[in-house]
Design a protein around this ligand. Structure first.
Ligand code: G3H
Ligand code: ZN
Length: 281
């Protein structure tokens, strides 16, 4: 089991029609919650970190912990860079042990996104690392990744992009957004179905926090095999920590962050069961 390329995890999910969580790590407790929940649910997992989270944790401190956790886990774990912004950062992540990277060229014009993704795919595939890319612009904000004018993916572009880049997984913008939704998200399931019919590749859903459960299930039925969650786990962790801090006598960080971790772990387990990846390890 242990540390594997993301393609290995997603190939099976694609064949058996379930989704695997791309769960964001922001600190040690998040790492523990994600790995422990996945082990207890016997689920493969994609442990991912944004560039902002890697800066906060210091990649050279956090990554060895993540690799060690993955190597000692009795489930398949991929370690994935979320929303990688440029080639040199991606190469640094690959050199340090990531088994998967996202190159997010969605802010660039189509041809530039293709050229950048091709370059990343060539370098990553040479060393067995999986690549995710994005088409359309997923709205909202995650750390310093901010998209003010979101736009949906174009199915023709998706087909051409996949053929020309040889990418392994595609994040398709179909109406989800990063962060907290104002009102109910409007998802374009027809678009998702068309893209899924025309490309033979695992589709990634970003911005899953706050998406109603029935919409998540429908998205999985329509071809989504990786679902990214960050905000919902931050909220679960913080709600518990706030509750604990109401007691002014508590000052030991382990008694503050530990309960946050345990609350988040339950939230991770719920997502795993919703995505159908439990007992798939
Ligand atoms: O890339 C990470 C995600 O798309 C997470 O989105 O924070 O809205 O759950 P979220
Ligand atoms: Zn995202």
């Amino acid at each position: 089991m242990s540390l594997v390329p993301m393609s290995q995890i997603l190939e099976r999910a694609n064949q058996e029609d379930y989704a695997v969580g791309g769960f964001n790590m922001n600190n040690l407790e998040f790492l523990q919650a994600i790995i422990e929940a996945s082990e207890e649910e016997k689920s493969p997992v994609i442990l991912q970190a944004s560039e902002g989270a890697l800066r906060y944790m210091d990649m050279h401190l956090a990554l060895p912990m993540a690799i060690s956790a993955a190597e000692n886990a009795d489930i398949p774990v991929a370690i994935h860079l979320d929303h990688g912004s440029d080639f040199s950062k991606i190469i640094e992540c690959i050199r340090n042990g990531f088994t998967s990277v996202m190159i997010d060229g969605s802010k660039s014009p189509f041809e530039e996104n293709i050229a950048l993704t091709q370059k990343v795919v060539e370098a990553a595939h040479a060393v067995g690392v999986t690549v995710e890319a994005e088409l359309g612009k997923i709205g909202g904000a995650e750390d310093d990744h901010v998209v003010k004018s979101a736009s949906l993916a174009d199915p023709d572009e998706c087909v051409e992009f996949v053929e020309r880049t040889d990418v392994d997984a595609l994040a398709v913008a179909f109406g989800t957004a990063h962060g907290v939704y104002k009102g109910e998200p409007e998802l374009d399931f027809e678009l998702l179905a068309e893209v899924n019919n025309r490309i033979d590749l695992p589709i990634v859903m970003h911005g899953a926090s706050g998406v109603p459960e029935e919409s998540v299930v429908k998205a999985i039925e329509l071809g989504v095999n990786k679902i990214n969650v960050n905000t919902a786990f931050q909220q679960a962790w913080t709600a518990k920590v706030r509750e604990v801090l109401e007691d002014p006598d508590i000052y030991d960080p382990r008694k503050i962050c530990g309960p946050g971790r345990d609350a988040m772990k339950e939230a991770v387990k719920e997502k795993i069961r919703l995505f159908g990846s439990d007992n798939k390890a």
